[in-house]
Design a protein around this ligand. Sequence first.
Ligand code: AMP
Ligand code: ZN
Length: 500
Amino acid sequence: MKHPRVLKLYNSLSGKKEIFNPIVPGHVGMYVCGPTVYSDVHLGNCRTFTSFDIIYRYLLHLGYKVRYVRNITDVGHLTDDGEDRMAKGAKVAQLEPMEVAQHYSVGFHDMMRIFNNMPPSIEPRATGHIPEQIEMVQDILDRGYAYERNGSVYFNVIKFSQEHPGIYGQLSGRVIDELMSETRDNLKNQEEKSHPADFAIWMKARPQDLMVWKSPWSTGFPGWHLECSAMSTKYLGKTFDIHGGGNDLKFPHHENEVAQSNGACGCSPANYWLHTNMLLLNGKKMSKSDGNTINPPQLFSGDSEHISKAYSPMAIRFFMLQAHYRSTLDITDDGLQAAEKGFKKLMDTYALLQKLPVDAREFDGSETEHDRAILALIEDAYQGMDDDFNTAIALASLSELGGYVNKLTHKQLAQSDVAPWVLERMKSAFNTFLFDIFGLKEEVAKEDGTVENLMELILELRANARAQKDWTSSDKIRDALAGAGIQVKDGKEGVSWEKA
Ligand code: AMP
Ligand code: ZN
């Protein structure tokens, strides 16, 4: 391992930070609940997937061999009124559900690339794993933790909880007695269940259901929670290292996953449960379901009532890095503007650092106070990441290191104040953190806005010159533009320009 460091993770299951010990030394199995592809991915989803991308990147950086599985939910995730989200999307658009899934999966992947999130090692789809899900339902039935009613199969939460006290409710902190007494009238098929807390693992199809498969119990479809249990087991084993998702999935989705695995094989699915916190917009959870969203394309174009200008993907990624993944993050225009500046400053510092010459001095074993301070800041950045992936701390340490880069650049510190190997170490730490761990990348200034704005300014200067009958200046501007391949046209509608 490159960096044998002690990594601590906050485990939602124990409610504590724990030292990370993978099942197989040097290897990590990580499962993250992916998107339900029935509409465009929103920025809240992007935050969660970006947080796990950084976790993935840091584990890789530490030298672990990681199998990162992130699914695509393309069936079974129902709306509150019991309709499949995919099928609902398909009906609205008059498409095949698979056309809807394909369309939004492509959009999701594009967005992940734009935010520079690495692809997972495996990206299984729920519809591609129906036999595995049917097998798991059978296993749960065989072990007596589920019952069949009219072709649907329900997980028996009451029986499971009585036989395994302390498991159901542990992850989400729900008190089982409250769950037991809860009557969730809004849930469908209540009359078929033995108890309102039970949940469907197989649903018999109704005539209007579009996505259905044959099973030993009925023609129907799997319950939403089941796909993640079946696919994580298939690709990572019955018990694996890390299971992640947004904290809105703790209950019922993840709680039910724990119950299903225990019900099917008597095993607990993951040793560490990691939950990201919600991205807020105007102080409220950003959510596709209730429409309080801002789409990434709106942020990139500035076309939203919530923001005053366009923001680049890396400025937004930087904005996300400034908060720890377990804290909520509220999108505000001011916050984004500050992040944009912060990102630019960090990249400028990086460019200056690259230019600093490393002198040819031999290492004589001595360390200056500046050497020690620089090394301590690099260590702080690592310790931030080791402490439950605290990007906010790591980023702050890097910014502080930037102070040394500026001092060296502007000769407020002499080159001899910093040992060459320390300077090399600082260069490599910047590189590693910025690009490998934080997943930032340099952004080339877009042609659009910049050129447009400059042209507006130049043509305004030319118009002023003409208004003052300063033909020399106005001709000079026109000729200079022509020399740069830009043709200015004076028409009835005003002045326009085009590339020659
Ligand atoms: P969905 O497509 O709604 O199933 O969500 C995909 C992932 O995004 C899940 O891990 C959710 O927990 C997460 N998620 C949904 N809304 C938000 C939000 N506002 N902020 C952060 N993560 C979210
Ligand atoms: Zn899931």
